[in-house]
Ligand binder design. Sequence first.
Ligand code: FAD
Length: 394
Amino acid sequence: KRPRVVIVGGGAGGATAARYIAKDSKGAIEVILIEPSRTYYTCFFSNLAIGGFQPMSNLAHSYGKLASEYSVTVVHDWASAVDREKKEVRLAGGDAISYDRLVLSPGIDFIKDSIEGWDVTAQTKMPHAYKAGTQTQLLKAQIEAMPEGGTFAMVAPPNPYRCPPGPYERISMVAHVLKQRNPTAKILILDPKEKFSKQGLFMEGWETHYPGMVDWLTDEFTGGVQRVDPNTMEVVMEDETVKADVVNVIPPMQAGSIAQQAGLTNEKGWCPIVPATLQSQMDENIHVLGDATQNGDMPKSAYSANSQAKAAAMAIRHALTSSRAFKPRFSNTCWSLISTDNGVKVGASYVATDEKIAKVDGFISQNNEDDALRKQTYEESLGWYAGITTDMFG
Ligand code: FAD
């Protein structure tokens, strides 16, 4: 009987792992992917959809090729529980699927009750747009419908969270839209952090391309967000209350709830892993990938999840079919678009030490780069998107 790998979550980590295990084991391992959605909308490039640089349809990917070309069995259902004793995953639909190895790449969930007044039932009034699809479209529509001279407010998340530059790339894209449609509108970022990813590059970009439009306010100025009211569209801070036309609430995050349920999370709500193999520190038969991990130095990005998935796939094939395993090397780059043809990036490579996935070298775009270089950086990101989505879905 062939050994079986069950993968929960068909996103950046899970789809890559499914494809690589199936492809490289050439049928020696049975691969079952559990994912409720038939269409995966990438969060990566969803800010570009808000900015009008990508149609929503470009973000949509299906699992057809994983099934037809790589013989992955794709089950469209929710994993509702993991029985680690019996080594099986229970599905919301009632079935149970046993595994030799389990891969969890469920992404993030928002921490319940972390912002008073906001819960997922409020997401139609105050969207997060931090899981892509209808939330992205809703936020885009709200921005386009803002009254002249209106206010867009973002409640930014505390560390650690999915895609460190994501909120600030979003601000750039919102500013790009408003500059054309609604140039007297204002953008407020209400931020619990003292600093953020690529801050110097974003701030320079906002100053140059959207002068006077963006205000970044940390808790030092506001006293911190105390609560929000989706009915009145107010954000209440210690020192003032803001009434806005669009409120983009990006709540604090933790590992996707199935990882909590399976007992694989630490006190901070993330999954500690063995750096070289991505095995859970709580269960050697389970590998955790992507945003859900606490891995050391790698940021929560699709690039990271994809890179980790390949290392885990190699370790799993080694464990189940004795194929060779090498020391993994990981890499990540996060590109962000600031305005038309104006891309910036930050990235690094990493190795597995005993303690963590450790950064070994890095690079970042510089202030004052010329237009040609910024355009080249943007074009590089288009190439990356085409490459990673093919790497995930075939
Ligand atoms: P995901 O890709 O979110 O996949 C998780 C999957 O698991 C989902 O499809 C979900 O349906 C499924 N799932 C969850 N629970 C269950 C369950 N119980 N049963 C079955 N299935 C389940 N990254 C980059 O590298 N570059 C970028 O430019 C970039 N831009 C971003 C912009 C924004 C606005 C955002 C929000 C994110 C961005 N990211 C970017 C981050 C990137 O999207 C995530 O880091 C990446 O998707 C993480 O991969 P993952 O596999 O951990 O989770």
